[in-house]
Design a binder for this molecule. Structure first.
Ligand SMILES: Nc1nc2c(ncn2[C@@H]2O[C@H](COP(=O)(O)OP(=O)(O)OP(=O)(O)O)[C@@H](O)[C@H]2O)c(=O)[nH]1
Ligand SMILES: [Mg+2]
Length: 329
């Protein structure tokens, strides 16, 4: 059941909003239902996880609000990017490949994201949470302007949590595990939002090995020795030491989108993150906002100064022209 948002019949990106750190005019409200952004590498099980968590909440008679930001996948949700932006049309209209079209679709959608925020806030009293699925290619969201704008718009309005879905079966390779952890770490440091890692597909491989690797460097080192990766092993070994601090504060949940294992633990972790949003993110948000206001004020002062200088330069130019005219006469 798709809830129609502002539709863009003509697929032309209107002006991109600047960073919405300014956020909702009334500032963040920590009492609203949280929004959960589900990120992860392609095929890690994001969509399956969203669907399983949705079914789990339906079974508890507390259905969530679901938003799909993947323009390439048809999906029965409350708000679907596909209702606003036609992915195939974007490809032909702009002559783009699949990844470029995903990025452009997100850009188009994010120009109307204020409407999504309005809808999400309006549902906040009737749903326990909003779950947001993201495109397959993780970088289309995490390293794009639209991904940042969407994340900041949510975070400046109400509790926002990032869940990083990791494919446990693939993470048995120490190099893949390390790539996942680097992604997770960079997302955490970039968004500064309450965050946890879900080790999905636990029905295929018990991800207890991953939790051991995070708490005991020797065990990770042994796994690297067994995998005989040469240069990449040395790199993974060094990175593991660097990530030690990241591992220390990191929440992890073992789950399976296939069997439904771990869904209650996921809900508990979201609750903890909601509290963390109130205690840690909101003060940080106030700091970031004050800094932004200060930067803007500084820029305006500099612009004003430049304005004065420009008029002085113009005056000088006029003077110079007059002088040369005098010489010519
Ligand atoms: N056994 C098992 N398979 C799973 C699980 N979760 C997802 N899968 C399978 O993994 C594959 C990818 O799942 P998706 O949910 O499409 O993954 P995704 O991250 O949304 O994929 P993209 O959006 O394309 O990046 C599908 O074949 C799923 O059936 C799980 O917990 N256990
Ligand atoms: Mg998906």
């Amino acid at each position: 059941m798709a809830e129609s948002t502002a539709s863009s019949s003509k697929q032309v990106p209107s002006e991109m909003p600047s960073s919405p750190l300014a956020g909702s005019s009334d500032g963040p409200n920590p009492d609203l239902a949280p929004s959960v952004i589900v990120l992860g590498m392609a095929g890690s099980g994001k969509t399956s996880f969203v669907q399983r968590l949705t079914a789990h909440l339906h079974a508890k008679k507390t259905p969530p609000y679901v938003v799909n930001l993947d323009p390439a996948v048809p999906y029965p949700v409350n708000i679907d990017i596909r209702d606003t932006v036609k992915y195939k049309q974007v490809m032909t209209e702009y002559g783009l490949g699949p990844n470029g079209a995903i990025l452009t679709s997100l850009n188009l959608f994010c120009t109307r994201f204020d409407k999504v925020i309005e809808l999400v806030r309006a549902r906040s009293s009737t749903v326990p949470l909003t779950i947001i699925d993201t495109p397959g290619q993780i970088e289309a969201f995490t390293w794009s302007a639209s991904g940042t704008i969407i994340t900041e718009a949510l975070a400046s309005s109400h509790p926002t949590v990032v869940i990083y879905v990791c494919d446990s079966a693939r993470a048995t390779s120490p190099a893949t595990f390390m790539s996942n952890m680097l992604y997770a770490c960079s997302i955490l440091y970039r968004t500064k939002l309450p965050f946890f890692v879900v080790f999905n597909k636990a029905d295929i491989v018990r991800p207890t090995f991953a939790q051991r690797w995070m708490t005991d460097f020797e065990r990770f080192d042994e796994a690297l020795e067994d995998s005989r990766g040469g240069y990449s092993n040395d790199l993974a070994r060094s990175l593991s030491l660097v990530l030690d601090e990241f591992y220390c504060g990191l929440k992890t949940v073992i789950c399976s989108a296939l069997t439904g294992e771990g869904m209650d633990e996921v809900l508990t972790a979201i609750d903890e993150c909601k509290q963390q949003y109130r205690d840690q993110y909101i003060p940080l948000y106030a700091e970031m906002r004050a800094k932004k206001v200060e930067e803007t004020a500084k820029r305006l002062r500099e612009d004003a100064k430049m304005g004065d200088l420009t008029s002085e330069v113009k005056a000088l130019d006029v003077g110079r022209v007059r002088d040369s005219d005098d010489e010519n006469e």
